[in-house]
Ligand binder design. Structure first.
Ligand code: IPD
Ligand code: CA
Length: 302
């Protein structure tokens, strides 16, 4: 591609006005191509593999999301259809990642754990985080893929195919939204901060505690949002859109990718009590570094 464009530019006759316009347009295109290629050069082979799997699965999810509206007539029909979409997306991701790294193991929301030959690397996959949103035609859902290396998140991709926002990070290399570097917000004054949370719905434990926590946060902050995808909530903290996010009773596939993206964007991630068990115990608090201590105090106060 590079050689073809270069050759076209150098062969252009430079004497006519039309040719000069053509030449300028080609150069602009060429520069934009270089910029994009340069931005994508941040992405390692590993991120490229993860991104490819996410985008491939996303094509099916977007098609199925379009169908959801049609199926709203039958309650059962929609739920079954969404569950099928979820399984299909997981299958695509499983196949893509298995071909690219045949020895790695998996933890997947639908299939559970699959041991790999290489026991220091495993993929952690949520093929559709925000299932209820998807079911209701709300475009706030994502594919979340993390690579855990030696039991620590090493790379993460969270992709919302409707908005085409791909959040990604690799340990030590920073966090990105598509080709742009992202950072957490810097707000520390609680009265200016927007928190996101997850609240337990029917059949989930801990509603009373969650509502008390939300009440304390609401009393002191600029607001609380409940968007319905933990992976995207974390990605939004990384991008500085939310100042903090907390939730209890999550699974490793909900948070593994997003937590790494927050850390690589300069934020802090712990369990709600401030410990390191957010991947295994299910409670998580992610915040910008200026806010994490006061957010923790606010949530544990009571
Ligand atoms: C759910 C979402 C939601 C959170 C739930 C999760 P799912 O994941 O992340 O925001 O509140 O606890 O289970 O079921 O849509 O993959
Ligand atoms: Ca999930």
């Amino acid at each position: 591609m590079a050689r073809t464009w270069g050759a076209k530019i150098s062969r252009a006759p430079l004497h006519s006005a039309r040719a000069r316009v053509w030449c300028a347009a080609s150069s602009a295109l060429w520069l934009s191509h270089i910029r994009k290629t340069h931005a994508m050069s941040h992405a390692s082979a590993l991120i490229t593999i993860m991104t490819k799997a996410a985008r491939k699965a996303a094509r099916g999810l977007v098609r199925d999301f379009g169908e959801v509206q049609e199926l709203q007539v039958s309650k059962k029909g929609v739920a079954d259809f969404v569950s099928l979409a979820d399984h299909r997306a997981e299958q695509v991701i499983y196949e893509e990642l298995s071909v690219a790294r045949p020895k790695y193991g998996f933890v997947m929301e639908e299939r559970g754990e699959i041991e790999g030959v290489d026991n220091s690397n495993r993929w952690i996959v949520d093929p559709l985080d925000g299932t209820t949103n998807f079911l209701h035609g709300l475009p706030q859902f994502a594919i979340s893929i993390a690579l855990e290396r030696d039991r620590q998140p090493f790379a993460g991709v969270v992709y919302n195919p409707v908005t085409d926002e791909l959040f990604w990070a690799e340990k030590g290399a920073g966090a990105f939204l598509n080709d742009r570097r992202i950072r957490v917000s810097e707000r520390s004054d609680l009265s200016e901060c927007v928190f996101a949370c997850g609240l337990p719905f029917a059949g989930r434990p801990g509603r009373e505690r969650a509502l008390k926590e939300a009440e304390r946060v609401l009393e002191q902050t600029a607001g609380v949002r409940r968007f319905g995808s933990a992976a995207l909530d974390l990605a939004f903290v990384a991008a500085g859109r939310f100042d903090a996010f907390w939730e209890r009773d999550l699974n490793i596939w909900d948070v593994a990718a997003g937590a790494l993206i927050v850390r690589e964007a300069g934020g802090m991630v712990s369990d709600i009590e401030g410990g390191a068990k957010f991947l295994t115990e299910g409670s998580i608090l992610a915040a910008n570094a200026n806010l994490h201590t006061s957010a923790k105090a606010l949530l544990s106060d009571g």
